[in-house]
Write a protein that binds this ligand. Structure first.
Ligand SMILES: [Zn+2]
Ligand SMILES: [Zn+2]
Ligand SMILES: [Zn+2]
Length: 293
């Protein structure tokens, strides 16, 4: 095995397609819409379902590669997700946008930052960084900072479509997506891309989504919605992107896991909390595997 590559798990060793490929584990920490599923006060068939796939915490993902852990978003359920899925360290957080269901778990990063020599780097575009600084002002103010607030460094990412950052040897490319009246951040890393909270994909972003093993797309419900793509539209976008596998996330109680999954084209799937995927995040190569949670 080439220097710089590393097995995540002995069972994955046959997934290497060439030396130097760095595999990453992609885990869905949450796949639910902003209110979560079950939705408070609702007694519908999905909210009262016995199928654990229908229990959806707020949308977020964890990437693990080479002993590093990168999160995309920290919603209200972050602490529960971290306990359930064993998130015991974080090396960087990328934010997609400043909505409550993507940032309100920020404060629970605190204990994961106390023992580190360096501050935890966060990456967000200007509107999202402004939101984080406003809500969690006690963390960011220079004077009179709350002493046990999170030890973080907030880096502002340009909103230019070409923006990318290097994290631990992996390029994270910002992919602009339309979310209602806003343009927010999706991210591509290696042969995977995560586009939560989007109602459309700008024409210029399709060029950033070529040759993917995995794409994750918002698919809120069956009916159209002003700021989220609905299932039929997401299927059409997935077909145009042409990734080997598509996973849908940010799902409301309108979509039952099993019946919706059974209705999808073979290369498209309903994501669910705890689903783990493996894919090459650096060094080229194409392969992805799926593990049951
Ligand atoms: Zn959201
Ligand atoms: Zn419901
Ligand atoms: Zn949103």
């Amino acid at each position: 095995m080439a220097a710089g590559s590393q097995e995540l798990d002995p069972g994955l060793s046959n997934s290497y397609v060439s030396t130097g490929v760095v595999l990453a584990e992609f885990m869905f920490l949450g796949t639910g819409t902003s209110m979560g599923v079950p939705t408070l006060g609702c007694r519908c068939a999905v909210c009262t379902s016995d199928d654990a796939h229908n229990a959806r915490m707020r949308s977020s993902v964890m990437l693990r590669f080479q002993d590093r852990v990168v999160l995309i978003d920290t919603g209200q359920d972050f602490r529960t997700q971290a306990l359930r899925f064993g998130v015991d360290r974080v090396d960087a957080v990328l934010y997609t946008h400043g909505h409550a269901d993507h940032v309100l778990g920020f404060d629970d990063l605190r204990p994961l930052t106390f023992g580190n020599a360096a501050r935890l780097p966060l990456y967000a575009d200007d509107p999202t960084a402004d939101t984080l600084e406003r809500i969690f002002s006690y963390t960011f103010r220079e004077r009179d900072r709350y002493p046990t607030s999170a030890r973080v460094d907030l880096h502002r990412l340009s909103s230019e479509p070409s923006t990318s950052i290097d994290l631990f040897g992996v390029c994270f490319q910002r992919v602009p997506v339309v979310h209602g009246r806003n343009v927010i951040a999706g991210y591509r890393f290696g042969s995977a891309a995560y586009l939560t909270d989007m109602s459309d994909i700008p024409e210029e972003s399709f060029a950033l989504l070529e040759d993917l093993d995995i794409v994750v797309l918002d698919a809120l419900r069956r009916e159209p919605h002003p700021s989220h793509s609905h299932l039929e539209k997401s299927i059409a976008l997935a077909a145009r992107i042409g990734a080997k596998q598509t996973y849908f996330t940010h799902i409301s109680h309108d979509l039952d896991h099993a019946t919706t999954e059974a209705s999808l084209p073979l290369s498209m799937h309903m994501a669910y909390d705890g689903l783990r995927l493996t894919f090459p995040i650096a060094g080229g190569g194409h392969v992805s595997t799926r593990e049951q949670a």
